[in-house]
Ligand binder design. Sequence first.
Ligand SMILES: Nc1ncnc2c1ncn2[C@@H]1O[C@H](COP(=O)(O)OP(=O)(O)OP(=O)(O)O)[C@@H](O)[C@H]1O
Length: 374
Amino acid sequence: MTQSVSEELLSVSELSVGFPTDDGTVHAVRNLSFSLRRGEVLGIVGESGSGKSVSSMALMGLLPKTAKVTGSIRFSDQEIVGIEPRKLEKIRGNDIAMIFQDPMTSLNPVFTIGWQLSEAYRAHHKVPKKVAWAKAVEVLELVGIPQPDRRAKQYPHEFSGGMRQRVVIAMAVINDPDLIIADEPTTALDVTVQAQVLETLIRIKDETNSGIMLITHDLGVVAGMVDRVQVMYGGTIVESGAVDEVFETPRMPYTVGLLGSIPHPDQLGQPLTPIKGTPPSLLNLPTGCTFAPRCPLAVDECRAAEPELLTIGGGKHSSRCIRSAELGSLDEAKELFIHEEIGNIENPAVLVEVDADAGTIDTDESTPQEEGSR
Ligand SMILES: Nc1ncnc2c1ncn2[C@@H]1O[C@H](COP(=O)(O)OP(=O)(O)OP(=O)(O)O)[C@@H](O)[C@H]1O
């Protein structure tokens, strides 16, 4: 870790991923361009099927062989697209680590936690088993597992859900990766434990100066956790920018819809602003804006050609909407939606309360919730 905080870690340029099928090509990811710096947390949000996971799998080189990948993924000055599998294996788990939603996909039930962590370390470091075991205990302590010496000798089933996800984080960070990709890392956990696990992830990021890509369909998780947010729809980015700016003045009706489905504490009792309809088929994308069929503000021009992702006001906020300037503040934009009497959302993107202090939640290890389920 000799590089500076602001150094660019990852640069994705015009990345597209297609899956040929009997019915045609599934355009899972289309012309994706973004970058991530050290020390930065980038949130990627969007409904199911918007291409969040496929794009992260592309970064890890974990796509099936049938996938047609074009464009460029530069990670620490190395091109990932088309890289030799042997070279990629070295990067994966060492420089880039991934945390999945279900801890049991990353943990083997028949081996102790300490053994699994040690082996993950030994896969990238030629050290004696004793040294690797000591490293395993150290990293368990780092992620906030009490009595790490004793816990290292236990099996995954002896840990609560939250503690298990901390172990998965330990597994991801044991080789001190530069980039951590967390795909729905806390979806299976209840809200309090979610906040504790996310707080652990952010603390480790601060300590190691790594970058985090946090993939989620939950805007409540993104609030207070990420620096920048990127909203995906129909396989591509439809809005991106600093999280506060995107939340306060979203410039894409789809984002307004996502934000509208979060009940805010001082808006209880008021109607939500959900999005009617379903995401587009990635086999047969509409000609124009992919959100136009669901958008209350769509006009003929929206259906003629897909808008480009354009920056707004010369800043880093960008949106793929020709009517972005008309949206006003979030409240004004929601008003526009409410007046259009949008029906119920079919894929509820978010139905949790945004807790602006979520990142600072007390992480006392002895909370009855976690202890009780051990
Ligand atoms: N191997 C594959 N063959 C064909 N289509 C695929 C394959 N893998 C993914 N897809 C399609 O690519 C699209 C994007 O999927 P992806 O998993 O990236 O969405 P997502 O936004 O991560 O959704 P979720 O939140 O449900 O994981 C989906 O339509 C999916 O069906």
